[in-house]
Design a protein around this ligand. Structure first.
Ligand SMILES: Nc1nc2c(ncn2[C@@H]2O[C@H](COP(=O)(O)OP(=O)(O)O)[C@@H](O)[C@H]2O)c(=O)[nH]1
Ligand SMILES: [Mg+2]
Length: 303
C-alpha cells in the first residue's frame, strides 16, 4: 500500500493498480490489494466526498478550486471523475481533463477518469473498488459524477458526504428531490454565485424544498463561486461538520459497512440474477466485500 503513495513511482503504480481492478476484478492479486485497502486504518481518516449535479453546472471547476484549498492545507487528494461521454457526446471527457489540470510535480494529488460505458453493473461496479483503494491512500477522495437520477443514488454507495450542485436559475434537481426521485444530498451548493441574483433565488428555493432533517443533520444550502472563491470556506467547513457528525455518531463506519453490503449484493445479482443471489445468504460476513463476492460467486457457480 505504501508503494502506491506520495511519489511519481507511486502514482504510476496506483494507475496500474486501478487498471488491474477494472481489467481483472477477481484476480487473486486484485483481491489481496483490495482486502488490504478495505481494512486499512488510514481509510478511516479519509473523507470521501461525492460531487454530483447536471452537466455544465461547474462540478469540475469547483473540484479544481477545492483541490487547491485542500493541497494548500497539506492534505493529499485523490479524484475519481466519472465520465459519461460514452452515453452522450464525446466532448465531456476532454472538458474534464483539461479543466482539472494540476501540477505534475505534485505527488499528493492523483486524478483518475473513468468512463461509465456499458459496464456491467454501471457506475457502482466500477467506482466502488477504486474508491476503497484510493480512500486508503489519500486524506480526501472526491468522486465527481454527472446527475441527475441514477448516478446520484449510486454516488451515495461510495461517498461519506454527498454534495449536489445546482445551476442558478434551474429548478430541475429540486423537482426530482421533491418527487423523491433522488435522495436528499448532505449539502447543496448553487454554483456560479458570481452571477448574482439568480443564484441567490435558486438557493432560497432549494432551502425551501430541503426542510427535511435527518440524523441530526439538515442539509445546508450554500452559494459558491469557483471563479471568485466566494463560499468556498463555508463549503469546506460544511464538509468538515458533516464528517465530524458521521464520526461522532459512529455513522461513518456503519455507512461504509452498509455500502460494502450493498455493493456485494448488487454484484451477486448482476452475476446470478436476483433469485439465485437471494439464496446465497452470506453465512460469513467477515472480510472485505471483494473477497466475499469471489467466494460466494464460486459457490453459486458450483451449485
Ligand atoms: N461564472 C462562472 N462560471 C463557471 C463557474 N464555474 C464553472 N463555470 C463555467 O461553467 C462551465 C461548466 O463548467 P464545468 O466545471 O466543466 O462543469 P461540469 O460539467 O459540471 O463539470 C464552464 O464553462 C465553466 O467555465 C463559476 O464559478 N462562475
Ligand atoms: Mg465535469
Amino acid at each position: 500500500m505504501q508503494a502506491l503513495r506520495g511519489t511519481a513511482e507511486g502514482k504510476a503504480a496506483l494507475a496500474r493498480a486501478l487498471g488491474d481492478i477494472e481489467a481483472a476484478p477477481d484476480a487473486p492479486a486484485t483481491i489481496a490489494l483490495l482486502d488490504e485497502a478495505y481494512a486499512s486504518p488510514r481509510a478511516a481518516q479519509c473523507h470521501v466526498v461525492g460531487i454530483t449535479g447536471p452537466p455544465g453546472v461547474g462540478k469540475s471547476t469547483l473540484v479544481g478550486a477545492l483541490v487547491d484549498r485542500w493541497r494548500a492545507d497539506g492534505k493529499s487528494v485523490g479524484v475519481i471523475a466519472v465520465d459519461p461521454s460514452s452515453r452522450r457526446s464525446g466532448g465531456a471527457l476532454l472538458g474534464d481533463r483539461t479543466r482539472l489540470r494540476t501540477d505534475p510535480e505534485d505527488h499528493a494529488i492523483f486524478i483518475r477518469s473513468m468512463a461509465a460505458r456499458e459496464r456491467l453493473g454501471g457506475l457502482a461496479a466500477l467506482t466502488y473498488p477504486a474508491a476503497v483503494l484510493m480512500r486508503a491512500l489519500f486524506d480526501v477522495l472526491v468522486i465527481e459524477t454527472v446527475g441527475v437520477g441514477q448516478s446520484e443514488t449510486e454516488i451515495a454507495g461510495a461517498a461519506d458526504t454527498v454534495l449536489l450542485c445546482l445551476q442558478p436559475g434551474s429548478g430541475d434537481s429540486l423537482q426530482y428531490m421533491k418527487a423523491g426521485i433522488v435522495e436528499i444530498p448532505d449539502i447543496v451548493a448553487v454554483t456560479k454565485g458570481d452571477v448574482g441574483e439568480a443564484a441567490r433565488r435558486t438557493a432560497s428555493d432549494a432551502a425551501g424544498a430541503l426542510s427535511l432533517e435527518a440524523g441530526g443533520w439538515s442539509a445546508p444550502v450554500l452559494v459558491v463561486s469557483a471563479q471568485t472563491g466566494a463560499g468556498l470556506d463555508e463549503l469546506l467547513s460544511a464538509f468538515e461538520r458533516h464528517r465530524a457528525l458521521l464520526v461522532e455518531t459512529g455513522r461513518l463506519a456503519a455507512k461504509r459497512a452498509e455500502q460494502a453490503e450493498a455493493w456485494l449484493a448488487e454484484g451477486l445479482r448482476e452475476r446470478f440474477g436476483s433469485a439465485r443471489a437471494e439464496r446465497a445468504a452470506p453465512a460469513d460476513a467477515t472480510g472485505s466485500p471483494f473477497r466475499r463476492l469471489v467466494a460466494l460467486a464460486s459457490l453459486l457457480a458450483k451449485g
